[in-house]
Design a protein around this ligand. Structure first.
Ligand SMILES: [Fe+2]
Length: 260
């Protein structure tokens, strides 16, 4: 049985973020042994050395054009499992279509086990109040190799919100797949500060847009990599969803109509 513990954190307000309190949730024994085993093997299979692609698709004179950049990852970087706002169709959705569209898109493109675990996440707080209002926007394979840190930051995706960051309802859940002997602790800047030392098959959920946070240096005595998977979910009410440009009441000139 999963044990859920709400955790109140007094955060230090920073920059334009005027928030002093946040509630996180710690889940212990989060996944079943079968789910845990397959998520770990998914992590291992996704975490391969090599290259990845950044793609941009744009439309001009009725035709689709694509540009692509190749990047070398070696073993140092996080990998995306999915990234919905990277898709052009994201920006055509409305409050009425985004839920079905995101489910269909994820159902077609991600591993069924990942899809099932996302469904499970939505049965836990803070998502279980309104499970149909939470959109998983991104999934990441977390890779923290020996002597690496995750520098302090706040989670932000500036193009998709309809309000300032401190009013946005978004939560990240990190599911921990192993532990390291020293360092590799997740921290939130607060008074008192919050520090969590990962335990395998635990998960921590919080609103990463409201406080500085990061991960301390992995100093595992056997130089093991710290392994985790993170999903970020945003509430539909916090998303800017203008719909397809063809349906706008006010139309700007399209590229095709601009002469010279
Ligand atoms: Fe973060």
């Amino acid at each position: 049985m999963t044990k859920v513990t709400p955790i109140e954190i007094s955060v230090n307000p920073r920059y334009e973020i005027d928030i002093t309190k946040l509630t996180g949730y710690l889940f212990e024994d989060f996944l079943t042994p079968k789910e845990f085993e397959s998520l770990l093997s998914y992590w291992e299979q996704s975490h391969v050395h090599g290259i990845d692609w950044d793609k941009t698709i744009y439309y001009f004179k009725g035709k689709a054009h694509a540009t692509a950049n190749q990047r070398t990852f070696f073993d140092l970087y996080d990998r995306k499992i999915f990234d919905l706002p990277e898709k052009q169709e994201w920006y055509y959705q409305t409050k009425d279509t985004i839920y079905d569209w995101s489910r269909e898109t994820l159902g077609r493109s991600i591993h069924p086990r990942i899809f099932q675990i996302l469904e499970k996440v939505k049965t836990f707080p803070p998502f279980n109040n309104e499970p149909n209002k939470w959109i998983p926007i991104r999934g990441i394979i977390n890779v923290l190799t020996y002597q690496k840190i995750l520098e302090y930051h706040v989670d932000a995706e500036p193009t998709i919100y309809n309000a300032p960051l401190d009013e946005i309802d978004q939560y990240s859940i990190t599911i921990y797949l192993n532990s390291v002997s020293d360092g590799g602790e997740f921290w939130i800047d607060g008074d008192p500060g919050f520090v969590y030392r990962p335990v395998p098959n635990s998960a921590f959920v919080f609103n990463g847009g409201t406080a500085l946070h990061g991960v301390s240096m992995n100093l595992d005595k056997d130089r093991n990599t710290r392994k985790a998977i993170t999903f970020r979910l945003v509430n539909i009410d916090s998303l800017l969803l203008p719909g397809h440009p063809d349906k706008f009441l006010m139309k700007t000139q399209s590229l095709d109509e601009i002469k010279n």
